[in-house]
Design a protein. Sequence first.
Length: 213
Amino acid sequence: MRGLGFEHVRIPPDWTMICGADTGAYMSALFVAISPDPYEAMVLAEYPNYRYVGGEIELLGYPLAEWSWMVREAWKTIQPDRRLHAWCDWNSQFVSELSHQGIALHRNAKKAELRTEISREYFQHDKIRLAPWLDVLPYELENAKWPEDVNASGDYKRVKESDHTLDCLEHALSRRPRSKRLRETKQKTFIESFLERHRRPGVARHDVHLGRL
């Protein structure tokens, strides 16, 4: 598996080890160590059940139980006292099945666009390192595609193509605080927009239910 060598890495005790997972026909898991604020990340190991041959994705033929066992045993080498908890897509259908395999999946409520934006900030600010023995994740990062502009819904989403292990990375990194740029451009709530539109200039009136108008 593509994690050989990570067991010799010494992670500082105040760093948090997070696992991201992608489920379906193409399975993958990624171990990411993240430091306290200011956040930095080190991707230590990847466990896809596939590989790329001539640019084409190819399953390795691991049964679910065997793949789960390899991921779980690898986790034990660095976190022997912690059960493996992994973050995955909200619509994953594997929560119950992997629970029986010793992997506790948690559905990530953060949307794909937000996950991508958080991950992009790690790379833009040189706050992430990839272990030299990784293979699939670097390939997917190199071939990742983003649209040139937002779509009709105002979304700026990465194109979903050959990115199962990259999804794992975005899940893991998203468990840290939201990016500064997204916080600054956070969409106003309905009540905030209503009050802004109907505020009377020069009038400061307080209502216990609506707040200051």
